[in-house]
Design a protein around this ligand. Structure first.
Ligand code: ZN
Ligand code: ZN
Length: 328
């Protein structure tokens, strides 16, 4: 299995997880164009993605979602509350009761069925749309601009929240995409229904756990026997306190539904982590309230106090560029 963090931080998050047969994207928090560009940088072919999975609806996790999913014609996996929150975000002027939401979901299903019946299903145009995206990338036009033709139905063009296919999952309930087994778990964060994921295939387990205010027992339990662990190490407490954020934002970050500090991550590594990962990737580092070396040092110190963890390698995920693919 392979994990490639394309971007990590408050300006955008996206990670490719692949087995030999299946390839999924966790979050699409950069523009479609930038996601395609970064995948090309690490030798990943976007047209080979099988699905996009979304952890939660915050902007830094969904920026390129609609455009990318429509370009590739691949399904998006959400929990239903996350999908609904995302649709609300995409249509800020529309109020939607739960009854109206159910009608909306039904209408989308019918639109997709019509698209398939009319032969304009997005699946037919993956290669065309991807070469258009790559071409757009090369020529400097963005693949995220609304006037660019997208391979989908006319409904898709009119509706920014239209997706070629949507699959719902529930935290705690395992499901499969190709030969990857996915176990979503609930995380404490200020979004509609946020989650992390454990991916398992060919005897290897990889986990993504960012955007969480603290480490509750269910997350500690989910992060056992993991081979590659992408774990949040968001801020240094002192830097956050002295930093530029307004007080209300500082309170939000520090809260039980905010983000994990370097110290909280170190405490987890020292007290609760089983030491099974060959790689611990520290992610979602704040650019204003953290320094990469500070995050690394805090995690390394925690591991030094714990001799069984000395075999773990620490990698820092970056905001500005993809990291080298980690292969197990
Ligand atoms: Zn985030
Ligand atoms: Zn978030």
């Amino acid at each position: 299995m392979q994990m490639t963090v394309l971007a990590s931080g408050s300006k955008g998050n996206s990670t490719v997880i692949s087995s030999s047969k299946t390839r999924v994207l966790v979050d699409a928090g950069l523009s479609c164009r930038e996601l395609v560009r970064r995948m090309a940088m690490v030798g990943e072919d976007p047209s080979k993605l099988d699905a996009i999975l979304i952890t939660h609806e915050h902007q830094d996790h969904v920026t390129g979602l609609g455009v990318l999913a429509r370009k590739l014609g691949i399904p998006v996996y959400f929990t239903e509350p996350t999908h609904r929150a995302w649709v609300r975000m995409m249509k800020p002027r529309t109020t939607m009761s739960y009854a109206q939401w159910l009608i909306h979901v039904q209408q989308e299903k019918e639109a997709r069925a019509r698209a398939v019946a009319e032969g304009s299903a997005p699946e037919q145009g993956i290669c065309d749309s991807m070469s258009a995206a790559v071409e757009a990338d090369r020529t400097g036009t963005t693949c995220g601009e609304p006037d660019e033709p997208e391979t989908s139905t006319s409904k898709a063009k009119a509706d920014p929240a239209f997706l070629p296919a949507v699959e719902y999952f529930h935290s705690g309930r395992q499901f499969c995409i190709g030969d990857i087994e996915v176990t979503p778990f609930t995380i404490p964060h200020d979004a509609a229904d946020p989650c992390g994921f454990v991916f398992s295939s060919e005897g290897v387990r990889m986990a993504v756990a960012t955007d969480l205010g603290y480490m509750p027992p269910n997350v500690k339990a989910a992060l056992k026997r993991i081979d590659v662990l992408l774990l949040e190490s968001n801020h240094d407490l002192e830097m956050l306190k002295d930093g530029p954020y307004p007080w209300s934002v500082k309170q939000r970050v520090l809260s039980r539904v905010g983000h994990l500090s370097n110290l909280a991550t170190a405490e987890f590594l020292e007290r609760d982590y089983d030491g099974s990962a060959a790689y611990v990737v520290l992610g979602h580092l704040s650019e204003s309230n953290n320094a990469p070396e500070l995050a690394r040092m805090t995690a390394e110190q925690a591991m030094m106090n714990h001799p069984t963890l000395l075999g773990n390698r620490i990698v820092l995920a970056e905001q500005a560029a993809p990291i080298n693919p980690i292969c197990i």
